[in-house]
Design a protein around this ligand. Structure first.
Ligand SMILES: [Zn+2]
Length: 251
């Protein structure tokens, strides 16, 4: 039988680099974890890999959408507490593992020298998501740096190696998501992502030990007349990719 996912507060590391194929993937996929990094004093950098030109609702001119999404990304990052971001020059819908893309990513990785890299799961159905991760994994391999890669999920389930309780920061995640109003115009991402994060939480609840912990906490809350409803409601799932990394036990 496969090992069950580890339940962790957040992955260990102080320099965090996130690759987002489009402006919003970082929040949908790992916005809660990023907020926890920020609250812990970790430094978070985000690189948006495409110009976002394809995600254009009818009320916005096609020529304006890239600038609109860039502004939304900056506002969203501000909400989460991220002040370092880069906008790569690649076309939305056309991200490919080219020499240019690989060199761009290698330069960023060498410059930032991150402890952790977050990137979409390679089984994501969107071609830009897959290619983003192909480029990142290839670039990490070529730079020879030691780092830890975690995949995040947006459009497809991954097989989690780790689950992170994000109940205490779900409000921040949703507020940051709401900054992407152009993307929310045609899609109810708020319901979608809360449902996914709620589903992931159920995988934590299934663990006997944790259930005991929650019960004990409820009892304590009852004593001091606090809200006793279950305190854990949302989680994000990530999958660790083993490369030239520190061992998983250290996470
Ligand atoms: Zn995307």
């Amino acid at each position: 039988m496969d090992n069950p996912p580890l339940i962790i507060y957040k992955p260990k590391g102080t320099k965090i680099l996130v690759f987002a194929p489009h402006q919003d993937d970082e929040i949908l996929g790992c916005g809660g974890i990023l907020r926890k990094h920020i609250l812990s004093g970790d430094k978070v950098y985000v690189i948006y890999m495409t110009d976002g030109r394809k995600g254009c609702p009818s009320h916005i001119e096609t020529k304006d959408i890239s600038a609109v999404r860039k502004n939304e990304a900056m506002a969203s990052c501000e909400k989460i507490g991220i002040d370092e971001m880069e906008f790569a020059p690649f076309r939305d819908g056309g991200l490919r593992l080219t020499k240019e893309a690989r060199t761009y990513v290698m330069k960023q990785i060498i410059k930032i020298n991150p402890d952790i890299i977050y990137t979409p799961h390679p089984n994501e159905p969107h071609p830009d998501h897959k290619e983003c991760t192909n480029i990142v994994v290839d670039a990490v391999d070529l730079t020879g740096i030691t780092t830890n890669i975690y995949f995040y999920e947006v459009w497809n389930f991954l097989k989690p190696t780790h689950l992170v309780n994000i109940t205490d920061v779900i409000k921040d995640k949703i507020e940051a998501l709401r900054e992407y109003s152009s993307q929310l115009f045609n899609h109810d991402y708020e319901t979608m992502i809360k449902s996914l994060n709620s589903y992931r939480m159920q995988q934590i609840y299934n663990k006997k030990l944790l259930f005991k912990k929650i019960k004990a906490e409820q009892k304590e809350r009852k004593k001091i007349n606090m809200d006793i409803k279950l305190p854990w409601q949302y989680a994000e799932a990530i999958q660790y990719k083993s490369m030239r990394c520190t061992s998983e036990e250290q996470i």
